[in-house]
Design a protein around this ligand. Structure first.
Ligand SMILES: N[C@@H](CCC(=O)N[C@@H](CS)C(=O)NCC(=O)O)C(=O)O
Length: 346
């Protein structure tokens, strides 16, 4: 007979005890997600964002964090803990955001971060969903007379270090055999100040952020022009650590629930009238039947809690981005010509 050795024999014995129901495997004692268990124990989801970008994450006059990224954090807290208020916002920079997630300082990163192969393959992190389909743009002074990015040979460009914007500009200039001088400034308001004071010819980042920055200038917005060129794809996504698949699922399906709600016309205001819907998709979504929440390690009311507190994807857009004058475009749901398409909840 084969000699199992001490560990092998122990493993076999444990296996038999588990099979016989005398011992619980370690994972079954918790939810199956170390991140969820820790969030439950502390009573909060820790969410990394910027805290400085209008429409995405910026405290209002009452000190309440507002924006698409902030509401994304709230939605995950509503799914995971049943309460959209159980979230702690942690400010991160373009340079320290990945370390914050890797080290466990935050449970997820909802911070205008572009989904790229390099980031997903190299950092031990992964993207659960895209909350904004964006692209790199350029903001210039109207007085410069510049009308297109290809007119900017030899320009100085203000950009934040550690961003995919830096890479996109490099690629664009290489492709067009032009030259530019980057001015790298980490702090966002310093960077914007440098641009406004004329230290650089253009300010480049995700077009969403350029549009909301321009909007925030009030009457002076007319002095600034957002060039029509979008030089790269910047799908901004929500990131989690690799290795906690259950937490990844929770984060991903929270979005899918919000898209599904928009597809079905369910809003934070009318959701209760859907509780006696006869549509099987709606019944599963709202936890009236089936065990969709349980499959995620959550309460079956997980999606109900998300939609009731934060709304569907369109409500989140209208609350945060519409006031900035940015049209929804490709960020709409697929039935309205956009890219947001919910896989089935079944
Ligand atoms: N999407 C790009 C750019 C990210 C980025 O630079 N975001 C800017 C504007 S959208 C930002 O959050 N700035 C605010 C801050 O640094 O606090 C990336 O992932 O690298």
């Amino acid at each position: 007979m084969m000699n199992l050795g001490r560990l092998g024999a122990f493993g076999l014995l444990t296996g038999l005890l588990v099979a016989a129901g005398w011992m619980q495997p370690a994972a079954a004692q918790g939810s199956g997600s170390a991140t969820l268990d820790a969030a439950k124990a502390r009573g909060q989801v820790l969410c990394g964002l910027s805290g400085q970008v209008p429409g995405f994450s910026l405290p209002d006059s009452q000190g309440v964090m507002r924006g698409l990224d902030a509401d994304t954090c709230r939605a995950v807290a509503a799914a995971a803990l049943g309460d959209a208020g159980k979230v702690k916002f942690v400010a991160t920079t373009t340079q320290n955001r990945f370390t914050a997630l890797q080290s466990g300082e935050v449970d997820l990163l909802s911070r205008s971060t572009t989904w790229t192969l390099g980031r997903e393959a190299n950092l031990g992190l992964e993207f659960a969903w895209v909350n904004y389909y964006d692209g790199t743009g350029f903001l210039v002074k109207k007085a410069s007379g510049v009308k297109a990015a290809t007119e900017m040979d030899g320009a100085t460009i203000c950009v934040q270090p550690g961003t995919s914007t830096e890479l996109a500009i490099n690629d664009f200039y290489r492709l067009h055999k032009m030259k530019f001088t980057p001015i790298l400034i980490q702090d966002l308001s310093d960077l914007q100040g440098a641009f406004l004071s004329g230290r650089c010819d253009a300010y480049s980042t995700d077009a969403s952020s350029l549009a909301t920055f321009r909007f925030s200038q009030g009457p002076k917005a007319d002095d600034l022009v957002l060039l029509p060129d979008i030089i790269s794809k910047e799908p901004l996504g929500v990131m989690v650590r690799k290795g906690d698949d259950k937490w990844f699922d929770i984060t991903r399906w929270t979005f899918i629930a919000m898209i599904t709600a928009e597809e079905k016309g369910i809003t934070s205001a009318n959701i209760d009238s859907f509780l006696n819907s006869t549509d099987p998709d709606v019944r599963r979504l709202l936890g009236v039947e089936g065990d969709m929440g349980k499959a995620l390690g959550l309460d079956n009311k997980w999606a109900y809690n998300v939609i009731k507190a934060v709304g569907n994807l369109g409500e989140m857009w209208d609350r945060n981005i519409t006031p900035m004058g940015v049209p929804r475009g490709i960020n709409n749901i697929w039935t309205k010509g956009g890219l947001q398409y919910a896989p089935p909840i079944r």
